[in-house]
Design a protein around this ligand. Sequence first.
Ligand SMILES: Nc1ncnc2c1ncn2[C@@H]1O[C@H](COP(=O)(O)OP(=O)(O)OP(=O)(O)O)[C@@H](O)[C@H]1O
Ligand SMILES: [Mg+2]
Length: 320
Amino acid sequence: MSPEARPPKAQVVVFASQKGGSGKTTVSAHVAVEAEQCGAGPVAIIDTDPQGSMAKWWNAREAHEPAFAHVSVPDLAHDIDALSDAGYKLIIIDTPPAVTSMISEVVTHADLVIVPTRPSPHDLRAVGPTVDIVQNQNKPLIFVVNSATARARITGETAIALSQHGTVAPVTMHHRVDFAASMIDGRTVGEANPSGRSAGEVTQLWAYLDERLMRLRGDTSALIDHPSKTFEESILSPVPQALSNLQRAGKQAAEAAIAHSETPQEPPAQPSESAHRFGDVSGDWDGVERRVEDRGPPPGRPERRQLARQPFGRRLNASG
Ligand SMILES: Nc1ncnc2c1ncn2[C@@H]1O[C@H](COP(=O)(O)OP(=O)(O)OP(=O)(O)O)[C@@H](O)[C@H]1O
Ligand SMILES: [Mg+2]
């Protein structure tokens, strides 16, 4: 094919992280399907992990999109060109949990590297070598905080720690069982429950990545078609979601109060066991694990904690 007749080269997004189980396969599969559904395709998936988790997920799928490309790493350059020539616009590559020359080679083909990271000290300690590979090759990198526990302080702390090493996506993927459950039969959370909160997070994440990819390919016309987002939407994108959750919670509480005042009194519905376990005593558990708020000592037990007389500095001895 003559160079003039060639379609533009597909953009390549590599998901990499030395840490096993950080969500490379889960997040990459979700991003691939969301991109395809949002018209950024055709999308091709490549699984370079010998465990073949992505391939197994794709084989369980009924839908044919995104396409799955059988590619070996030594042929990657040639096959990315072949996929581009065949009209594929986006190539998503899943990699094994390792820091090897193979990962380094895959990263050489990336237009963007995404590093999913769980908010845990082990995951944070493990990001260094992956970041080194990406930075040595001057590739753009985005961290995605995945499998976060809602309202846990460590989620924010993780984002701050990661931001010392690169860009952190302003969308956090929370720990919800549907991320794992939907993938059993080859689907995604959006395909299993399009109106669910997990699906909303995937949509927000892709919207963010889509804009990043447009900027990376210098597609100014596409950026003009995408009206510029407000500061809150683009920088603090979880906020509108949080606000709408709060508004919905407020509306539900108001409706419940009106219904309560108008109907004969009944004992309140018991929250589910899982709602109790995760501290969401409203009973409307959204599948996200939350820290149980501090409710003081168990009933009948004295409060043994005492406010420090001297909040900072050396602890006073018993007589002091
Ligand atoms: N946001 C989430 N909520 C709930 N479960 C999740 C989430 N993200 C990933 N998981 C689950 O965590 C496990 C590990 O995820 P995944 O296989 O995507 O990680 P990985 O980085 O690809 O792992 P590996 O390094 O072994 O390839 C899977 O069982 C997956 O279903
Ligand atoms: Mg994997």
